[in-house]
Design a protein around this ligand. Structure first.
Ligand SMILES: [Zn+2]
Length: 390
């Protein structure tokens, strides 16, 4: 079955204009200004989008797909994030990972979680490891996990500058980064170390040392949560200039917060005149967003959700930033970093992962690999395990 989307206002993420899109076998087969001439014998489902803004499906490069948490006792382990939490948010590609709890959860369960989401029509990958060093792996090493396991594309989130981290030394970090980098070269996968940054004063010191003292390319070091503290964000701007891709977390900002909201951080990054392709934004979906006191005791916890990505995009547009300027951080930038060549762009031959925005910039329709998951805000494909549907 072919699908013809008429009158889409396409941002791919660059502004392309009003186009007709022909979709089949999960791919964008054709795109043109005039309707295609199709054989009458072909079965074609037609949707007129009436000039609605159509963007690439969002890429969420940091989500705890199997559920994170567990920092306040066993009962604080968060359940897995079901399919529709991603699709309703316009997310069509996700990278799953482990955080604090890489003991009762392991790489095998994250790989299985990613495969489950793929079965349901999303595109899902994962990292091996978690907060701690040496990283938990499936096959014995970071390098062999990336080389041998289809879904594993990098390692992380390895925690630094955090009381929950293993306090890795520079040599330990470099050994992990070299494994990821070489495995990335062997496979064409991302081959990155995704680094969790905590609230610690040391900030990105270890990453600066790694850049100063080793031959490993800067792209391999990919810090996240860099907007959690304002001074940390300034450090992130510096290392972005040196070639690192920095990831901001779209978390709900409270009064008196010591960080920047994701929309503040993205706007500041873009206005700083730094390479526009080196900023990404992710949700920390399924992860806990904890607040600790000085003893390291958890005082408050919220759960991250992919919805916040679409809300962040909306907030940026509300500030008057152009869609084509902010969209790369959600789409083409993570695709480039993760070496997902069929993702993050509306391009003939790429996967048909699309989001159609409503006039108020909320998510109206979502297509993943050529199938509608959300139409007019209604869920077309429900998660396999229905009990988790909310
Ligand atoms: Zn983290």
């Amino acid at each position: 079955m072919l699908l013809l989307l008429q009158n889409a206002q396409v941002y791919g993420p660059q502004f392309i204009g009003r186009r007709h899109l022909l979709i089949g076998a999960g791919k964008l087969l054709w795109m043109g200004e005039q309707p295609p001439r199709l054989d009458d014998a072909l079965a074609v489902e037609v949707h007129d989008l009436g000039g609605a803004r159509t963007i690439p499906g969002l890429i969420d490069a940091h989500a705890h797909i199997t559920g994170g948490g567990g920092e306040s006792g066993y009962s604080s382990r968060i359940p897995p994030v079901p399919l529709h939490r991603f699709t309703r948010a316009g997310v069509t590609t996700v990278v799953g990972l482990l955080g604090t709890d890489d003991v009762t959860r392991n790489t095998a369960s994250v790989v299985a979680g990613a495969r489950g989401l793929c079965e349901e029509g999303l595109t899902a990958y994962c990292h091996t490891g978690g907060y701690h060093v040496p990283p938990v792996t499936l096959t014995g090493s970071v390098r062999s996990d990336i080389v041998h396991v289809d879904r594993i594309i990098g390692v992380g989130e390895i925690a630094i500058s955090d009381h929950r981290s293993s306090q890795p030394t520079l040599d330990e970090l470099l050994r992990i980064a070299s494994d990821a980098h070489v495995a990335g070269m062997m496979t064409g996968k991302a081959g990155i170390v995704h680094l969790h940054l905590g609230d610690g004063e040391r900030g990105l010191e270890l990453v600066r040392q790694a850049l100063d003292k080793s031959e490993i390319p800067a792209r391999v070091f990919n810090p996240t949560h860099v907007n959690r503290r304002r001074a940390l964000f300034e450090e992130a701007l510096e290392i972005a200039e040196r070639g690192c891709n920095v990831d901001v977390t779209a978390y709900p900002v409270r009064e008196g917060d010591k960080g920047w909201s994701a929309e503040d951080a993205i706007a500041k990054y873009l206005n700083a005149g730094l390479p526009a392709q080196r900023i990404t934004v992710s949700s920390d979906g399924g992860g806990c967003l904890p607040v600790f006191d000085s003893d390291g005791t958890l005082t408050h916890m919220e759960i991250g959700s992919p919805d916040i990505l679409a809300l962040t995009l909306g907030a940026l547009l509300e500030r008057g930033l152009a869609l084509e300027r902010v969209l790369p951080a959600f789409t083409s930038n993570p695709a480039r970093l993760l070496r997902l060549h069929d993702k993050g762009n509306i391009r003939v031959g790429a996967d048909a992962d699309l989001v159609v925005l409503a006039d108020d910039t909320s998510v109206r329709h979502v297509m993943a690999r050529g199938r509608w998951h959300v139409l007019d805000g209604q869920l077309m494909i429900k998660p396999t395990i229905q009990e988790t549907a909310r």
